[in-house]
Each structure stands twice: as C-alpha cells, then as structure tokens.
Design a binder for this molecule. Structure first.
Ligand code: NAI
Ligand code: MN
Length: 346
C-alpha cells in the first residue's frame, strides 16, 4: 500500500479544459479495490468528453475507462489476498438488481455507470473501483497489452451478439481502433476467411491488411458493392465500425441472405432502411454496448496469442504529456491506432 498522500490525474474541468491535477490518493470503500494504474488507453469517447460532445458526462471529471495496473489496497469485505494482483478493469458498473441485470445483461443496466464517464476514471495514478470490475491477469499478458483489454472487449461483445463461424464471409466497415479490434478477433480467434475491410484511408487499410484482412477496399476510390459483386462475394457477417448512418442501408443490400449485421454507432441520425430487404433476406441486426463480462475471454485470447495488442498500440506517452497525445490523435488520426498513457512514472 502506498504511503503517498497525493497523486496525479488527468482532469477535464469543462469542455476544452484539461489538465494534470494533484489530488489525495483515493481510499477504497467497502467492496472496492484500489488500482495503481500502469497504462491507460485513449478512446474516441475521451476526445468527445474533452470537446463537450459526450451525452452522459458531468464535469469536472477524471476521465479514462481503458486501464490496467495492480491492486495496492482493498476496502472492507474484499480479501486482503487480492493486494498485489495484476488486473485489467472493466468500466461497466451495474446495479445487479434491475431487469437488465437479472436478464444477464449488466452492460445495459438501467442504473449503468461507466468508469471515467459517470464516476472518476483511470487516467490517474490510483483509481478505486468495485472489486468485481478488476479482472486478474496472467503473467503472459504484459502491462501495456492489459490496457487494451477494454477495446478488444468491444469486439468480443459485438461478435458474441452476432455469432461468428469460420465459414463466414466477413466485412468490417471502418479500420479505426474499434474496427481493428474486430479484425484481429475475426482473424486471430475465429479464423474467418475471407475477411474484407472497407475504409476511406489507405494507411488504416494497410494496418488492416497487416492484421490479417484478406481484401481491403478504399470506398472513396472503388464502390464497395461493385467490388464485392465482381469478386462474387456476399458477406454473411457485417460489422459496422465506421458508424455512418448511410452504411446500414448498403450493408443490407450487399449482405447474403440470413446474414448478421452488427452495429456499434451512437449517432442520433436515423438510417433509412427497407423492411422489404430485411425480411426478404431474413437478416439479423445486432446492437452492442460496451461489454457483458467479456474481460476473461479477451484476457484468454491475449494469453494464447490469438490477438496482437502490440500491433494495435501505436504510441505511448508519459501521462504528463496527455495534451500532446490528444493533439496527435486529432491532427493525425491515420498515424495512430491505440495511444496509451504511461502512469508508472507520473
Ligand atoms: P474512428 O473514427 O477512429 O474509425 C472509424 C473509421 O471508419 C475511420 O478510419 C474512417 O475513415 C472509417 N470510415 C468512415 N466512413 C466510412 C465509410 N463510409 N465506409 C468505410 N469506412 C468509413 O473510430 P473508432 O474509435 O474506431 O470507433 C468506431 C465507432 O465505434 C465509433 O462510432 C464509436 O462511437 C463506436 N464505438 C462503439 C462502442 C460500443 O460499445 N458499441 C464502443 C466504442 C466505440
Ligand atoms: Mn473505449
């Protein structure tokens, strides 16, 4: 347990106002563990919070929901034996009691709280969370990789919603960080072929190819539907990790009958779709939010080497340089995949 009185953390005080704050080291309350954070990943949603266009956040807020470290203190009711455990933290705090929780869907809990959004997050040297959120890591999963369990859990959840078979012909829209976790999981875990990735940026498509995509399509240069038709490909599994409202209509048109379409976006703009296509092909449309207890599965993928977090991580910045890291993500997104903050020496 630390004898330090204060810690450094990344505080978004108000939209466009972010700074390193010095705060008392938090004490774990009943049922909580305190995590000494080692590495934390920056998510697109952290940029949204910073710009004040995140619907749920309240300011000021210590942000960060993708993080891992080691348990250094526990509150009452938590076994002392957890101190010293290396953990990745899932950000999903559920009540355990509502209709969603009872139905086994705690990630859409009626009283959902997300770490780093509704409560103080992991861009800090120390962060206290409910014990159940801290998932043990095996020795084979290093500290940096551990900070990427959360984004990979997004893919794990999406694919558990759609189901995956090695016989699927899969199409992923978007080769941003989230699309890349889906690509790695489809290839590395499920061995899907062919795996087609569509984006508008060649650098990102190059990354997707390195991650195992069999075909990449720059939709700004070649119309996706024509390219697929020319190759005689009708996807049976489509994941939209680009999340433009126009994509669903196209996805339904190019999908094979009985295909599953997974949607990940949070945009408010409606998509115009035809029930005729939906029902003629008997398509399944699946939604996915955060993760439903997927951390152990993702940690196992990492332990077995089925996914490659090192390829996913493009940069690591000392936590003090968080502003620089945010600026890089905004000015040069194609150069970035997952950008980590290092809190070990904060
Ligand atoms: P990103 O913006 O870095 O990546 C999106 C990619 O889609 C970009 O590379 C862009 O060039 C590409 N794109 C744009 N229009 C396209 C089109 N018409 N066809 C093909 N590609 C196109 O975003 P990131 O961080 O990868 O996240 C992707 C989405 O996932 C976001 O909308 C985010 O809100 C959502 N998300 C959903 C979660 C969930 O639990 N459902 C969790 C995390 C993110
Ligand atoms: Mn995230």
């Amino acid at each position: 347990m630390t004898d330090r009185a204060t810690m450094k953390c990344v505080l978004v005080e108000a939209p466009h106002s972010m700074r390193i704050d010095e705060r008392p080291v938090p004490r774990p309350t009943q049922g909580q563990v305190r995590v000494r954070v080692h590495f934390a990943g920056i998510c697109g949603s952290d940029l949204h919070i910073y710009h004040g266009d995140h619907p749920y956040v309240e300011f000021p807020r210590v942000i960060g929901h993708e993080f891992a470290g080691v348990i250094d203190a526990v509150g009452s009711g938590v076994p002392q034996s957890r101190i010293g455990e290396r953990v990745a933290v899932t950000p999903v705090i559920s009540c355990g009691d509502c209709t969603s929780c009872r139905a086994g869907r705690p990630n859409v809990c009626l009283n959902l709280k997300v770490v780093g959004v509704h409560v103080e997050g992991g861009f800090a040297e120390y962060c206290c969370v409910p014990e159940a959120l801290a998932c043990a890591l095996p020795a084979g999963v290093d500290d940096r990789s551990a900070a990427t369990v959360e984004p990979f859990s997004i893919a794990a959840n999406m694919l558990s919603r759609t189901g995956v078979s090695a016989d699927d012909c899969a199409l992923v829209y978007g080769a941003g960080p989230i699309g890349m976790t889906v690509v790695q999981a489809l290839k590395g875990v499920h061995g899907v072929a062919p795996l087609i990735v569509a984006d508008r940026l060649d650098d990102r498509l190059d990354r997707a190819r390195s991650a195992g995509a069999d075909m990449v399509i720059n939709v700004d240069r070649t119309p996706l539907d024509e390219t697929l038709a020319r190759h005689g490909l009708a996807p049976t599994l489509i994941i939209d990790a680009a999340c433009h409202p126009a994509i669903l209509e196209q996805a339904m048109r190019i999908a094979a009958p009985a295909a599953r379409i997974g949607l990940m976006g949070f945009g408010a703009t409606p998509s115009a779709v035809s029930q005729q296509i939906l029902n003629r092909k008997e398509l399944t449309i699946c939604a996915s939010r955060l993760n439903n207890l997927k951390f152990p599965e993702v940690i196992e993928w990492m332990r077995r080497g089925q996914i490659n977090p090192a390829q996913f991580i493009s940069h690591t910045f000392a936590a003090q340089r968080v502003q620089e890291a945010f600026d890089l993500l905004e000015t040069d997104p194609t150069a970035c995949s997952k950008v980590l903050l290092d809190f070990t020496a904060a």
